[in-house]
Design a protein around this ligand. Structure first.
Ligand SMILES: NC(=O)c1ccc[n+]([C@@H]2O[C@H](COP(=O)([O-])OP(=O)(O)OC[C@H]3O[C@@H](n4cnc5c(N)ncnc54)[C@H](OP(=O)(O)O)[C@@H]3O)[C@@H](O)[C@H]2O)c1
Length: 322
């Protein structure tokens, strides 16, 4: 089958190890099932994999991709939960120390077919296209958990989203607005700041700019480049929810003094549960909120999508179709 896979790692030139070519059809273990992929979306995770972050050399070649929407073995329209937990694990899948994401231990979704545990398949409502549904399992689920589970945000609170153009960030803006929050967003790019306003941000700012008021919470996926600003943006007792370090994890200043003096909370967040993914799907079905899709490309042109993400060009999600 056609697949987009990592053949080697390069931290500085991640696209060097990216191959679009033939891979064997997947074997189906007991309790697992095959989904025929109609659409799959690109995540920064796929670039990290090509850089050798989170993926082991012995696992190569590895088909990339965490997210997919497609058809199950009976022809039903479905989407795939990307978190694969140990078969013996019960409870919150994201807390299973043996969990992995598709494309880390098990082959990913950028292919004609993906094989997943039966429990990882959830129904796709007809109101969502395959392209839209393919945006949900990683970026949008991560945003949902950051805001409503780990962040515990309530209507009427104010949230700052750093780095507005990203897949997770656009999801954060749209979901926060739909849930009745006041939404501030930053971006390095003027055009992306305008797009963030159109998407639902109440006010937008250049990265690092002083805000008119202190916020209740900051949603952080950028890391080193925005961390200090994130801490300074919070009012007393405020919360940073962090799920990523796109610009790097090594902070120039962790702002510890401010964190303890203002009694701030720093909370990690990773992906979400199958139950939370189902709730996210219901939320989109009920509200009409839809993922922002930057571009749709055939899987055979995956290189172009990866290059756009590596260059930080996109606003929203990059989707591959079969
Ligand atoms: N923990 C989890 O479960 C989880 C799940 C999903 C994603 N993540 C992580 O979250 C991060 C975002 O993922 P994504 O898929 O949304 O990536 P993405 O679509 O590539 O977005 C990255 C965004 O970060 C901002 N950015 C990058 N470098 C920056 C810099 N130097 N200064 C300011 N802003 C910068 C950019 O915003 P502007 O261009 O608008 O400034 C860009 O749009 C990644 O690191 C990813 O690994 C983690």
């Amino acid at each position: 089958m056609l697949a987009v896979y990592a053949d080697s790692f390069s931290f500085d030139d991640p696209l060097a190890g990216l191959v679009v070519g033939e891979r064997p059809d997947p074997e189906v273990p007991d309790g697992w099932t095959t989904v025929t992929v109609k659409a799959a979306s690109l995540n920064h995770h796929d670039l990290w994999s090509l850089r050798g972050v989170g993926l082991r050399q012995e696992a190569l070649p590895m088909i990339l991709g965490c997210d997919a929407a497609g058809l199950d073995e009976d022809g039903n329209e479905v989407l795939v939960h990307a978190v694969v937990s140990d078969p013996g694990w019960t409870g919150d899948e994201t807390l299973d120390p043996r969990r992995s994401l598709l494309s880390e231990r098990y082959q990913g979704t950028f292919a004609d077919k993906v094989v997943v545990p039966r429990g990882n398949v959830i129904p796709k409502p007809a109101s969502l296209s395959f392209e839209e549904a393919a945006c949900l399992p990683t970026a949008w689920l991560t945003a949902y958990r950051m805001l409503f589970v780990q962040g515990g945000m309530r209507p009427g609170q104010t949230v700052l989203v750093q780095g507005a153009g990203g897949g997770v960030a656009t999801a954060l803006i749209a979901l926060a607005r739909a849930a009745g929050l006041r939404v501030f967003a930053t971006s390095r790019d003027e055009a992306k700041r305008q797009r963030a306003l159109e998407l639902g941000a109440h006010e937008v700012f250049e990265s690092g700019a002083r805000l008119p008021i202190r916020v209740d919470a900051v949603m952080e996926t950028v890391g080193k480049a925005t961390w200090s600003h994130s801490v300074k943006a919070l009012g007393p007792g405020g919360t940073i929810v962090t799920s990523g370090t796109t610009s790097g994890p090594d902070l120039d200043n962790a702002e510890l003094t401010r964190i303890f003096f203002l009694q701030l909370r720093v909370i990690g967040s990773t992906m979400g549960t199958r139950h939370e993914l189902a709730s996210l799907v219901t939320m989109l079905d009920a509200t009409g909120v839809r993922p922002v899709i930057d571009r749709v490309l055939p899987m055979s042109q995956a290189h172009d999508g990866f290059a756009a993400m590596a260059g930080g060009e996109q606003f929203g999600k990059i989707v591959f179709t079969r």
